[in-house]
Structures are given as structure tokens and as C-alpha cells.
Ligand binder design. Structure first.
Ligand code: AOF
Ligand code: ZN
Length: 357
């Protein structure tokens, strides 16, 4: 049974990072222990995973539908999946995560049971982890933030005069692109753009995918000809709320939005970033900034997850970021470690988030 849920999860994974404000969902239809239909929710406004898995299926009596998320029972942009499941005379539904959406939560499963369909919920830690940011966004109206930093063995982040260093090896870079792909929005800062001029696209094999990009730019001065803006699906400029009009004028005609946060002592107050982005429908964000913004986010526990690439290389510029003073272990718990030829990839999660669960 869990094997088919894993197959449904594999379908859902293909669209993680591309369905906001909806969750990514996967489904498989099983008859006589064989998968006879598969589906995923492609994007918001498109049919749900259940609809795709049942496409072309006429007679479904005796079949079981495995779906990662509890089927919906409401009219959103699309009709309720619970209606379709009944119409197709599906005998059994197995799902692995209750939909936290109050319009659906528990009700989807109950409607199916009331219609005489056998409904089973099986808990799967992988599926729960998959929906962590969707749950967080729905329950707290906040975006799940993950900040990444690459460090040399001597805790350097750049060359001696601040120039860009290629610190991480190929596995860490591949990990970055996977995490960019799974995030709904990518965040960087104006200073990183000025120094590095990054593309900030998702590059998986030969595929190049554009994502929504959020630029932290207090004074709204990001260069209009930056590669990042040309390669963004849309740009969300976040600057000082008192300068919003300046931002709107500067970025007029470009695809995106200008949003404001408070600032103090010439720094944006990033505490509000998570709520601001949640209002745009983003469940999950991946942050690649310089050490100053990184330090601020981690010290204040404003990010839920921290990813460190600890390289075996020495920069010579060592200790620029007084890394030890971050005391990451005070507020974050080490969740996962992966050793590669050139780096050690560490994933840390906020302890407070564990307490919320
Ligand atoms: C499902 N299957 O594949 C997804 C579900 O506006 P709509 O009609 O697309 O509905 C969006 C809501 O449906 C979304 O907020 C979430 O509660 C649920 N998502 N449910 O049965 C799916 N994507
Ligand atoms: Zn649905």
C-alpha cells in the first residue's frame, strides 16, 4: 500500500515549486495491484491530480485511488474531486496527508465515507515533509524560508577583496538547483546582484527554468539590465515602504511587483518578509544572499531552514564572517548531512518549528 503512495508522491514531486498557491499533488489509480492511471496537479487553475489520474477511465468500480493529499470537496478554480471520485464509482481512496485548507480539512474524507467509499489515511513521514511548507503557509500565513550559504574551510565566503569565489563542488551545485526548482520563489539581494550578476535560473540537465525572483533592494536601485531580471519569470522588489513610489516608477513596465517593508538603521526589517511573501501565495522560498543578510536572518531565527555547504577549500580570506558567533546550534537542529567529494552539505531546521508540530 505504501508503495503506491510513494508512486503518487513521485508524481507530486515533479511539480513541487510550480503550483503555488496550490500544493503539488500526485495520484495513482490501481486495479488488481497494477497502476492503471497516473496524474499530477500541473499548476494553479489546472485540473487536480485526481482528475488527471482518472482521465480516460470509464469504469472504475473495484479500483483504489492513491493520492498524496486528501481529495478536495469544494469549488475553487476547479470542481470538487470528491464528486468525480463518486461519479467514477471508485471503491477505495487512500491518502497520506490531511489538507490543512479549512474548506477541505477532514471534510473531503468524510464526504467520501458518507458516500460509501472506503477511505484510509496512512501516515508517511516523507509525504508530511513534502507538505511542510504548504502546512506552514496555510496555518501561519507565512512563507517557509530556507537560507543557503557556502563557506570555505576557513569560513570565508569571498576572496580577499570581496570578489566572488567558486567555493562549492558539483554535487552542492546540483543540490542548489534542485532546491531552487522546489521553491516557489527565489530570494537574493541587490548587493549580491551588483557583485555577482547571477542568473538565478534553475538548471537541471539541459533544462533552464525561470522562477519568480524576489530582490531585497531597500533603495530600489537594482540595475535594470541585470541578468537576473531578464531571466526572472516575474520580479518582486522588496524595499523600504517609504520609497515604494520610487520603486514603482523605476520598475514600471517590467513584469513584477514592488512591495515594502519597514527599515531601521539603513537596513530592511526582514522579520516581515515571510508574511509579505505569503500574501503573494508563495509557500516556500530559497534564499541565496551574502553573509550579512544570511547572518541577520539566522541570528534572528527568521528562516525556518539553513543549508550550509562547508567546502574543503581554503580561501585565505578566512573568518570574514564570524561564523562561530552565529551559534547556529542554539536555535537550529541538524537534520541532515551529506558528504560529497568537495563539500559537506548540512541542513538545519529551526527548533521552534519542531515544537509547532
Ligand atoms: C486536490 N487535488 O491536485 C490539489 C488540491 O482552486 P482549485 O480548485 O484548484 O482548488 C485549490 C485547493 O484545492 C487548494 O487550496 C487545496 O486545498 C486543494 N488542492 N486538492 O484534491 C489536487 N492541488
Ligand atoms: Zn481536488
Amino acid at each position: 500500500m505504501t508503495g503506491f503512495i510513494k508512486e503518487a508522491l513521485a508524481e507530486a514531486r515533479k511539480r513541487k515549486g510550480y503550483t503555488y498557491p496550490n500544493p503539488a499533488v500526485g495520484a495513482v489509480l490501481v486495479a488488481n495491484q497494477q497502476v492503471v492511471g497516473r496524474g499530477m496537479h500541473w499548476a494553479a487553475g489546472q485540473p487536480h491530480a485526481e482528475v488527471e489520474a482518472l482521465r480516460g477511465v470509464r469504469e472504475a468500480a473495484g479500483t483504489t485511488l492513491f493520492v498524496t493529499l486528501e481529495p478536495c470537496c469544494h469549488f475553487g478554480k476547479t470542481p470538487p474531486c470528491t464528486d468525480l471520485i463518486q461519479e467514477k464509482k471508485i471503491s477505495r481512496v487512500v491518502y497520506a496527508h490531511a489538507d490543512p485548507n479549512p474548506q477541505v480539512s477532514g471534510k473531503g474524507a468524510q464526504i467520501l465515507r458518507d458516500a460509501g467509499i472506503e477511505v484510509s489515511y496512512i501516515q508517511d513521514p516523507e509525504v508530511d515533509d513534502f507538505y511542510r511548507s504548504y502546512d506552514f503557509w496555510t496555518r501561519h500565513q507565512r512563507t517557509w524560508l530556507t537560507a543557503k550559504l557556502a563557506l570555505t574551510k576557513d569560513f570565508g565566503t569571498s576572496g580577499e577583496s570581496g570578489e566572488r569565489l567558486f567555493i562549492s563542488g558539483p554535487e552542492a551545485n546540483a543540490y542548489t538547483h534542485r532546491r531552487r526548482s522546489e521553491a516557489d520563489v527565489l530570494i537574493t539581494s541587490e548587493s549580491t546582484i551588483r557583485i555577482d550578476n547571477p542568473l538565478f535560473t534553475v538548471r537541471l540537465g539541459k533544462q533552464v527554468i525561470k522562477k519568480p525572483i524576489c530582490i531585497l533592494d531597500r533603495e530600489f536601485r537594482c540595475a535594470l539590465d541585470s541578468d537576473i531580471i531578464k531571466n526572472a519569470l516575474q520580479t518582486i522588489w522588496v524595499g523600504d515602504h517609504n520609497r515604494i513610489e520610487t520603486g514603482k516608477q523605476r520598475f514600471l513596465g517590467l513584469k513584477g511587483q514592488v512591495l515594502g517593508l519597514e527599515s531601521s538603521k539603513n537596513l530592511l526589517r526582514l522579520e516581515g518578509l515571510s508574511s509579505l511573501l505569503a500574501q503573494q501565495g508563495f509557500h516556500e522560498a530559497w534564499i541565496e544572499c551574502g553573509p550579512r543578510v544570511f547572518t541577520e536572518l539566522v541570528k534572528n531565527q527568521w528562516v525556518q531552514e539553513v543549508v550550509l555547504y562547508l567546502s574543503k577549500k581554503i580561501a585565505g580570506s578566512g573568518g570574514r564572517l564570524y561564523f562561530e558567533s552565529l551559534s547556529i546550534e542554539n536555535h537550529y537542529r541538524l537534520l541532515n548531512v551529506q558528504e560529497t567529494d568537495s563539500d559537506r552539505i548540512e541542513v538545519w531546521r529551526l527548533k521552534r518549528v519542531f515544537q509547532d508540530e
